[in-house]
Design a protein around this ligand. Structure first.
Ligand code: GAR
Length: 210
C-alpha cells in the first residue's frame, strides 16, 4: 500500500478524516506514522486510538530551523513514505527540507490562496469584511503557502460569523477535499510536473473548485 506520514501540531481533525477514509476503504493507503512538534497535540491521541505509531519532535529543543528540520526529515525518512501530508503542521519549513520532499509533500491552508498566506486567516478575513473565504490544498514549495494549488473550496462569510464559526465551516470542507487529494496522489493521478500540479496528465492552470 502507498505509505503516508502525517505531520500535525494540534487537533488532528484532518488526520481523523484520513483515518476514516482509510477505514471505510475509500482511501487505499497506510499511515505509517503521525509526527507532531507539540506533545499536547490531540491528534496524537487520535493516531494512537487508530493504532498508528506516533512520534514527537519538539521544535523547542532546537536552536535553529535547520537542525529541527534535519531531525524531522530523518524520522520521516525512516518510514520511507510515498507522501508527506502536512495537516495543521504549524512550523515554517526550510528550503532544504522542502526540496527533499518536492512533489511528494502536500499542505492544507485555510484561505483562498494566494490570498491570506500565513497565520490567523479567519481573523484577517473578518477584519477585512470579506464576504468569501475558503481553503486550499497545495504542493509544498519553498515559498510559504506559495506552492501550486490543486483544489479550493469556497465558503460564505456571514455577518454573524466569529473566527470559530468560520473555522468550523472551513473545516467541514477540509475533511472532504483533503482525503480526495491524497486519494488522487496515491492513485498516481496527481503529480507535480515542472512545478505545476497535474491531474491525469492535465496541468491545473487554475485550482479545481470543489
Ligand atoms: C486546519 O484548519 C488547517 O487548514 C490549518 O490548521 C487546521 C488544523 O486542523 N492549517 C494551517 O493553518 C496551516 N498554516 P486539524 O489539526 O484539526 O486538522
Amino acid at each position: 500500500l502507498p505509505t503516508l506520514v502525517v505531520l500535525i501540531s494540534g487537533s488532528g481533525s484532518n488526520l481523523q478524516a484520513f483515518i476514516k477514509a482509510i477505514e471505510t476503504g475509500r482511501l487505499k493507503a497506510r499511515i505509517a506514522a503521525v509526527i507532531s512538534n507539540r506533545a499536547e497535540a490531540y491528534g496524537l491521541r487520535r493516531a494512537a486510538d487508530a493504532g498508528i505509531p506516533t512520534d514527537i519532535v519538539s521544535h523547542r529543543l532546537f536552536d535553529n530551523r535547520e537542525n529541527f528540520d534535519q531531525v524531522l526529515q530523518d524520522k520521516i525518512d525512516a518510514f520511507q513514505p510515498d507522501l508527506v501530508v502536512l495537516a495543521g503542521f504549524m512550523r515554517i519549513l526550510t528550503p532544504n527540507f522542502v526540496r527533499h520532499y518536492e512533489g511528494r509533500m502536500l499542505n492544507i491552508h485555510p484561505s483562498l490562496l494566494p490570498l491570506y498566506k500565513g497565520i490567523h486567516t479567519h481573523r484577517r478575513v473578518l477584519e477585512d469584511g470579506g464576504n468569501e473565504h475558503g481553503v486550499s490544498v497545495h504542493f509544498v514549495s519553498p515559498e510559504l503557502d506559495g506552492g501550486p494549488v490543486i483544489i479550493q473550496a469556497k465558503v460564505p462569510v456571514l455577518p454573524s460569523d466569529s473566527e470559530s464559526s468560520l473555522a468550523e465551516r472551513i473545516q467541514e470542507q477540509e475533511h472532504v477535499i483533503y482525503p480526495q487529494v491524497v486519494k488522487w496522489f496515491v492513485e498516481g493521478r496527481l503529480k507535480l510536473v515542472n512545478n505545476q500540479a497535474t491531474l491525469d496528465g492535465n496541468a491545473l492552470t487554475r485550482p479545481i473548485q470543489h
